[in-house]
Design a protein around this ligand. Structure first.
Ligand SMILES: [Fe+2]
Length: 295
């Protein structure tokens, strides 16, 4: 029996029908991974996994991220919560370490662009929703790349982009203090190819608000290129907007999609539980073409 699913939008997302026991048991894990690769976002409605089940589902699909390694100038280590389960909330009482960084979630981004091997996927389930706002949007960066003209694809494949925490957070907090800038600036920077050639052979744009500049390009030209690509990749035809219901489980592919949360009431107590799967391959660019051998 094949997995039953329905597309959520033409280029992005699938709603999967499966029993919770089957999902937790991992008997369809291989099919789910293949569908995740193909559709970018998978929605399971009415499952309401508890923390133990969420970790178990994550482990059937990949390598559950445990612990954290990021350290800021203020000496704070950001951990991945309780045995791989993180509570995502703007309330510092719920998540004292991460709350101040979550402002960046409102802008289009990929997670972990500061890492050599960005996370593979995220599992996300709501515990408390805001009354207004708070939908999550996803954009398919495979499709956005595939639709570019061949000459532009070839040009972009030669470029690398430096990702920084200050690029990710400054647009979300334009009145950042010098102290906040110092903390943002203390996080590692990472250069990635602009186009990811995946092990599967497929290619996607590595776009994120964290993308500060294109290496070796004039800053103005770099700014315009990244802005233009971001506008291209987030057109309606590449996106899926998810309106959350309690009980939902959403899994997204962090390597071929961007995501963002739409504004919501900060005092609403909106809270999600999240598991992250470690990445399985570095962002690999396309090998430069060899000069033809001299006759
Ligand atoms: Fe994120």
């Amino acid at each position: 029996m094949t997995l039953t699913f329905e597309d959520l939008s033409p280029r992005m997302g699938a709603q999967v029908t499966i029993g919770k026991d089957e999902l937790v048991g991992g008997t369809r894990a291989r099919e789910i991974r293949a569908l995740l690769d193909r559709r970018g976002v998978l929605l399971f409605r009415g499952l309401a996994p508890d923390d133990r089940e969420l970790r178990a589902i994550a482990r059937t699909l990949g390598d559950l991220r445990i612990g954290g390694a990021k350290r800021g100038a203020d000496g704070k280590t950001l951990t991945e919560g309780d045995e791989g389960l993180m509570k995502i909330s703007l309330d510092p009482d719920v998540n004292p370490e991460y709350a101040r960084f979550l402002i960046g979630n409102h802008l289009w981004h990929m997670d972990g662009t500061y890492e050599e091997i960005p996370p593979l996927a995220t599992l996300f389930t709501p515990y408390r929703l805001s009354k207004i706002g708070g939908d999550t949007m996803f954009a398919n960066t495979y499709a956005a790349f595939e639709d570019l003209e061949p000459a532009e694809r070839a040009r972009l494949e030669k470029l690398r982009v430096v990702h920084t925490m200050q690029a990710a957070l400054f647009p979300a907090k334009r009145d950042g203090t010098p102290e906040e800038f110092a903390v943002w600036h203390s996080y590692p920077q990472r250069s990635h190819p602009l186009v990811w050639r995946h092990r599967s052979g497929r290619k996607s744009l590595v776009l994120s608000t964290s993308g500060a500049y294109v290496e070796g390009m004039h800053p103005a030209e770099s700014h315009d290129l990244l802005q233009r690509l971001m506008a291209h990749a987030t057109q309606d035809k590449y996106t899926y907007r998810h309106k959350w219901k309690l009980g939902d489980l959403v899994i997204w592919d962090n390597t071929g999609a961007m995501h963002r949360v739409l504004p919501f009431d900060k005092e609403s107590g909106r809270e999600f539980h999240r598991c992250t799967l470690n990445g399985e391959e570095p962002v690999t660019g396309v090998a430069p073409e060899r000069e033809p051998a001299m006759a």
